[in-house]
Design a protein around this ligand. Structure first.
Ligand code: FAD
Length: 480
């Protein structure tokens, strides 16, 4: 009887640097690579449409890569435990390997699966594969999880040299006979009404494209990352976030690629980029140790913050549609809708605008991002929203409210980003591109623009709404 091992793919859709794959190979004659689509309609954070779009492409590429090495991806749908039990019994598999994930629902599910299958006599092994360090490996001197990024990253920095990688195998053992699955299309991950032309024109999911993107970024843009990373009007960042989220590229491999070019990842010019991988790490660390923060503020005082009580629905919809009348905010929200991605600088600006100028709960913004981002990631999204709202670990202080006009003038100085996403503002002179409501009527006329017609007038006054946010904050400031 051949020894069959199941390799359970989840958000590690790659063959390179895949510890679970290597675990299987040391353990089997037959390898069964398996993806289980478990829509979990009841689960609190079911992936949104943009994320599912990416998943389809990534699985297609994985299936191709497995085939080219003599293997075959089995795609199924249903409850994970039931599916694994059924397939183990159909194939006689005695071993199951996966790479660990850290979001609360997956951890709970994985514990259940591990206990049940071990009780049934199956060897179950989980591996580290999604982060540089396991969340419990990095702790403060007193053994507590870190809540301040700089201290956390300093601690990680002393161990970066330990981050080894595993090469992709050249060939793979055959899959066991007698198991049939679904065609990828049967998972219905792609939209039925085709809204995805912007995604198709922008992204290529899959491991090969992730490696190519990483190489291009490291050789062309990375040296200028510090100068360019805050400019949404330029290509200054890696756009690797969806590839890292789906595990098409491991963070350890990315770090290795960095050190092959720059020996010391903690030195200029590459330090600022590697530090961002540190924020990704920190996000997973926080989610692991504070799982409630997907929905509740880490700083409990913020549970009592008086959010807006009137007109919330209309204002939220204007924000979602990129129709707030504040050009940088609208450009960001339209970029998100079109590409399933938004530049980090604009993410911070639109999040500040929602939670402070509009005084709407950060959870509403987190949900919208979750549904629309191709890189929607529970750890990074939770950290990003709590940071922006001022209630998370090491967050921006609540009273530091981004002024979207000044942000635009600083980080999109010619207005190219705004012009790209809000073409109706295209003929405004630079002086007014981030503040069209201040343009004299003759300038608006010349630009063919009527506020409230071609482009909205601002839905809130930036100064008044700032003052109202600060007043709301005063009500919770002194609380324990
Ligand atoms: P680069 O600048 O090239 O950085 C390299 C990698 O580092 C990124 O791909 C990402 O994996 C990681 N990274 C960079 N910045 C951060 C950060 N602040 N926090 C955690 N990891 C980071 N990122 C997501 O991956 N998924 C999300 O759902 C997400 N939601 C966010 C929500 C808000 C409100 C904010 C302010 C930020 C959010 N981020 C999220 C973080 C950040 O905006 C994106 O990771 C980044 O813009 C992705 O672009 P990039 O790949 O070009 O980044």
């Amino acid at each position: 009887m051949p020894n069959t091992a199941i390799l359970w793919f989840r958000r590690d859709l790659r063959l390179d640097d895949n510890p679970a794959l290597h675990g299987c190979l040391s353990d089997c004659d037959h390898l069964l690579p398996l993806y289980i689509h478990e829509p979990e309609e009841e689960a609190p954070w079911v992936p949104g449409a943009a994320s599912r779009w990416w998943l389809h492409g990534s699985l297609a590429q994985l299936a191709h890569d497995l085939r080219s090495r003599g293997s075959q991806l089995l795609v199924t749908r249903g409850d994970s435990l039931d599916t694994l039990t059924r397939i183990a019994s159909a194939t006689g598999a005695r071993t199951l390997h996966w790479n660990r994930l850290y979001d609360p629902a997956t951890r709970e599910r994985d514990t259940r699966v591990k206990q049940a299958l071990r009780a049934a006599g199956i060897k179950v092994v989980s591996h580290p594969g999604s982060v540089l360090f396991e969340p419990w490996e990095i702790a403060s001197g007193s053994g507590e999880p870190y809540r301040v990024f700089s201290a956390f990253w300093r601690r990680c920095g002393t161990r970066l040299g330990e981050c080894t990688t595993l090469d992709a195998p050249v060939s793979l053992p055959p899959a066991p006979p007698l198991v049939s699955g679904l065609a990828l299309d049967e998972l219905m991950l792609r939209p039925r009404i085709p809204w995805d032309s912007g995604l198709q024109a922008t992204w290529t999911p899959g491991e090969a494209a992730a490696h190519a993107r990483a190489r291009t970024f490291l050789h062309t843009h990375a040296a200028d990352y510090r100068q360019q990373r805050d400019r949404p009007d330029r290509t200054g960042t890696s756009a690797l976030s969806p590839a890292l989220h789906f595990g098409e590229l491991s963070p350890r491999r990315l770090l290795r690629m960095v050190t092959e070019i720059w020996e010391d990842p903690s030195a200029e010019p590459i330090e600022p980029f590697v530090r961002e991988l540190g924020w990704r790490e920190f996000a997973h660390h926080l989610l692991y140790h504070y799982p409630h923060t997907t929905d509740a503020p880490l700083d409990p005082r913020f549970a009592a913050l008086p959010w807006r009580e009137t007109d919330a629905e209309r204002l939220l919809e204007a924000w979602q549609r990129g129709a707030t009348g504040i050009p940088l905010v609208d450009a960001g929200m339209r970029e998100l809708w079109e590409l399933g991605w938004m530049h980090n600088r604009t993410r911070m600006v639109v999040a500040s605008f929602l939670t402070k100028n509009l005084r709407l709960p950060w959870q509403l913004g987190a949900r919208w991002f979750w549904d629309t981002l191709v890189d929607a990631d529970l750890a990074a999204n939770t950290l990003g929203w709590q940071w922006s709202a001022g209630c998370g670990a090491d967050a921006a202080p609540y009273f530091r409210i981004f002024n979207p006009v000044l942000q635009g003038e600083r980080f999109d100085p010619r207005g190219d980003y705004v012009r790209r996403w809000c073409p109706e503002l295209g003929r405004l002179p630079v002086k007014f591109i981030h503040r069209p409501w201040m343009a004299p009527p003759a300038v608006l006329d010349h630009a063919g623009l009527r506020l409230g017609r071609e482009y909205p007038a601002p839905i809130v006054d930036l100064q008044d709404s700032r003052a109202a946010a600060l007043a709301a904050y005063e009500t919770i400031k002194g609380r324990a």
